[in-house]
Every structure is written in structure tokens, then in C-alpha cells.
Write a protein that binds this ligand. Structure first.
Ligand code: PXL
Length: 290
């Protein structure tokens, strides 16, 4: 997709680069590229692997890289259609992301508030960082927390039981009240016995529900892939439910494909086998009204 500037849409992606385990920039780059979007990666840290159970990880913090990178881009006078932040390695990085968002005010501000999963915070996330994440969420147009992160942002107890439509809508609206006009919560166990991704578009006051096939395993990086497909889809002109549907269907393909190979789940999803799906511009309609 070309925009009015006669070039592909351009995204500044402020995330970590984890070498092994298929998450963060390692998956964000191929996903957005194959969707026809240019990614300018701004690594917040370099790690030998993700932190999800692969032992002692080599970690180099790159906090002092972000702000000078922004200064360079300002000197170059380049524009971005989207600023997209994710896993952050230190509290100061939140300030640097805020600077990025305020510099490119017209860009779509996507914040994936990567903080935890399965009801628990990631070990690199301090209490203070979790608190400050709400400031970043406050300037976002679109956020994509999983249920753990949504509960943390709202200071709610993590719901251990499936949630009702009313509870789901309440969480979406309260998250939107923090700032973002589009909210998507991923991996929600619903009282209907389905796992679904749910969304809210404040401007149109519409609530969306996209059920997913249940697979009895969980892989790291799937949140990064989901948020990236959603962002790419949005930049390509899809509506919120269409983008949610595209991201959900892609994750289903990637997860099911990987599951058939019975690989160690810590190695992430076999993106290499699934990426061709994203070159299609199918019209999807598996979304429902929540
Ligand atoms: O996918 C989220 C993520 C990103 N970056 C790092 C991680 C994780 C999840 O474990 O460890 C370094």
C-alpha cells in the first residue's frame, strides 16, 4: 500500500531485539515488511533470547540510543505514519518513547504495553515501570494489552474465571478512558467458553469480538505478532474489526502450523512457514459484535 507521499507507510518500531525465540523486533520486522510497511527498528535492548524460560539471558540495555536516534531523524526531516512501542528495558525508555510520540503528533500512536502474561509480570518489569506504562497508554491511539496487562493497567485483580460480555465491555471502556480511542484485549477467556480477542472503537462506540480456535499450548511472541498484523492492517486501511480478524486468523495459522511440528514451545511460532498468508488481501468477516 502506497500513501499520498508515493512511498510505503513508515513505522518507527521501538522494541527490543531478542536473537532467539521469535519475539519483538525479530517478528515485527518480517510481519510489517511482508504487509508492505517500512519498519525503522529502534532497539530498546539487545538480548540473546526472550526471557521466557530459556535460562540466563545476555542483556544489553540501549536506553541511551533512543533519544539520539530521534534527534537524527529530526535532522533528516523524515516523517512516520506510525510510532509503535512495545517491550521496554528501563523506566527512562518510557520518557524517550513519550518524546517520540510527541514529536510525531500526526502519526498513529500504537502502544503494546508488554508487561506480563498468564496473570504475572515479566521479571524485567519493575513496579515503577508498570505504573509509568499508563502514561504511555495515555498518549496512545491504539493499545493491545493481553488480559494480564489489561488487568495491571486497570489495577484490577487478574480474572481467573472466564469473563462475561458486560465485564469485557467494562474493561475495554475503562482502558479507553486512559486515553486510546482503539483498545484491543487479546486472549480473553469468555463465559461463552470461547477464547477471543475483543476490541472497542470509542469514536463509533462499537465493540468487537473475534473468537479464536483453542490450541492447548502457548508460545512467546504471539502478542508481538498480533499487534504487528493489527498495525499493518490498520495502516493498509482496514477497519478495527477487519484488522482484528486478520491478526487473529494469522495467529491461528502460525500457532496451528507450529503445533503440528511439536517443537519446544519456548522457540516461538514458525513464522517462516506462515508469512505468505499476509501477502493476501482477503476480505474477512469472522468478526462479531460484542
Ligand atoms: O513477546 C514479549 C517479549 C518481548 N521481549 C522480551 C521478552 C518478551 C516475552 O517474554 O522476554 C525480551
Amino acid at each position: 500500500m502506497q500513501n499520498i507521499n508515493n512511498r510505503p507507510m513508515r513505522v518507527a518500531a521501538i522494541h527490543d531485539l531478542s536473537g532467539f525465540g521469535r519475539c519483538s523486533l525479530s517478528v515485527i520486522l518480517p510481519v510489517l515488511s511482508v504487509m508492505g510497511v517500512q519498519v525503522c527498528p529502534i532497539p530498546t535492548a539487545v538480548l540473546s533470547s526472550h526471557t521466557g524460560g530459556l535460562g540466563e539471558v545476555e542483556f544489553r540495555d540501549l536506553t541511551d540510543f533512543i533519544q539520539p536516534t530521534l534527534e537524527h531523524y529530526k535532522r533528516l526531516n523524515i516523517d512516520f505514519e506510525c510510532i509503535y512501542s512495545g517491550f521496554l528495558g528501563s523506566e527512562a525508555q518510557i520518557d524517550h518513547c513519550l518524546e517520540f510520540f510527541s514529536t510525531y503528533k500526526n502519526a498513529l500512536a500504537v502502544v503494546d504495553p508488554v508487561m506480563g502474561d498468564h496473570g504475572k509480570a515479566y521479571r524485567t518489569y519493575t513496579k515503577r515501570m508498570r505504573e509509568r506504562m499508563s502514561e504511555l497508554v495515555g498518549v496512545a491511539d491504539l493499545i493491545t494489552p493481553n488480559l494480564t496487562e489489561a488487568s495491571m493497567l486497570l489495577n484490577d485483580e487478574y480474572p481467573t474465571a472466564p469473563i462475561t460480555r458486560t465485564q469485557a465491555k467494562s474493561m475495554l471502556v475503562r482502558l479507553s478512558e486512559l486515553g486510546p480511542k482503539y483498545v484491543v484485549i487479546t486472549g480473553v477467556s469468555m463465559a461463552t467458553n470461547e477464547i477471543a480477542n475483543i476490541g472497542y472503537d470509542r469514536e463509533h462506540n462499537s465493540f468487537w469480538y473475534v473468537p479464536c480456535d483453542y490450541v492447548p499450548v502457548s508460545y512467546p511472541g504471539t502478542g508481538d505478532i498480533y499487534a504487528s498484523v493489527l498495525t499493518g492492517s490498520f495502516l493498509n486501511g482496514d477497519s478495527l474489526p477487519m484488522a482484528m480478524d486478520r491478526a487473529t486468523r494469522f495467529l491461528e495459522i502460525a500457532i496451528k502450523t507450529t503445533f503440528t511440528y511439536a517443537q519446544d514451545t519456548r522457540y516461538g511460532v514458525m513464522l517462516e512457514k506462515s508469512l505468505p498468508y499476509l501477502t493476501q488481501r482477503d476480505v474477512l468477516n469472522n468478526y462479531k459484535i460484542l
